[in-house]
Design a protein around this ligand. Sequence first.
Ligand SMILES: [Zn+2]
Length: 489
Amino acid sequence: MIFEPVVGLEIHAELQTQTKMFCGCRRVDTTQAAPNSAVCPVCLGYPGTLPVVNKRAIELALRVALALGCDVLPESVFARKNYFYPDLPKGYQISQYETPLASGGALRIVTPAGSRVVRLRRVHLEEDTGKLTHADGQPPASLVDFNRAGVPLLEIVSEPDLFSVEEVKAYTTAMRRLLRYLEVNSGDMEKGVIRFEANVSIRPAGSRELGTRVEIKNLNSFRSLVRAIDYEVLRQSERLARGQRVIQETLGWDETRGETTSQRSKEEAHDYRYFPEPDLPPLRIEADELARVRAALPELPDARRERLMSQYQLGAAEAEVIVEDRATADFFEASAHARPALAPRRLAAWLTSDLFGTLNALGRPLVDTHGQPALAPADFADLVERVVTGGITGPSGKAVLEEMLRGGRMPEAIVRERGLERIGDDAALREIVQRVVRENAAQADQVRAGKISVVQWLVGQVMKASRGRADPRLVQTLLEEYLSSGRDG
Ligand SMILES: [Zn+2]
């Protein structure tokens, strides 16, 4: 029997606020800051302290809810989710339970099979827990860092609406891109600012019913997420094939061993003894506040891709690459505006191949974390225009680009200084061709004797002699003309 996976995802995304969800502590980079250096009596759960809601966190959460087309509830309620764990100083987590910030909504995904919409269940606010580090040693110890405790988290819960690992990848990538566009989350997976939990079940392909699901916790990378789902689908298929049942339970993921491990039988909601947080009033979202957030939403990735395709005549694939990142799309549009006469597709091609390739080799981003681009969009457009109009050759263009990135200089200065102006159809180029033929008489004879493939080798010699300043197609034409003219210098 062929089984199909059914996956629902919970995405936990840190909100990029200055301070924590319910206190004035700074939100710090937990991979860099000294442990327990951003803590206070409120986020450490001291008796007698009172939480105060971070207004900025609400605004960022509303951005996401509106961008996903959710219904924002006029009133939502914070609740205490009670459980004991050493990374939870209060003994409960403030979350939203019965009435979340928003419900419904959808995200469009694109896979090789096509485009479709994944339905969402809810979006709610909560606070993060601290972080435990288990240290081997004598005696073994567990260390706790509360810098992360109380950091605002947005939980985005999908319906069980993903039916393959490809769809899971497409969904998580699209969600990460959206969160970055909305400037609510850096998308820095290595820093743990986005984490996943997956509900996974399987069913006979074509069936409409849902099988028994397991919940896999604490998946901190795209790679772990995909591996854990693959593993579970196989494990569950094998159980069903042997006539065994799938047990509903909560699982952990062991990255080293590549397998899920049973943590506990599935807890029910009543195990958490949820009740409304007595120290916080219900959260009311006024209509004018909602309208203000909606009006300030940036153009979203899907809309921007469509616009780039129609406004600049870009193909779907290159538009997709360019909108992947808001800063890249901004850079592309700024360079197109700098040289309106230049075909934008040429800019897009240079951006997605040569510029990205060179930046990768140099290990640099196009735009750094302070919003500073690696080169000015106008200079980039200037360079591409020089190549397109034939002022310099493609290979010279690549050399100039690399020097622009290394030295921060303008293309004109580099071209002039290094004498990179293209050698056109003129005496200079014919002279180089003749000299190369003279110096390589044996190869020239081979071509004359009919071994056409050797022409390419001679073209290479001429390109080398011209230091990349000649147009290779023109060189080939001149070589063929010269060799068939009967003269051999
Ligand atoms: Zn605090």
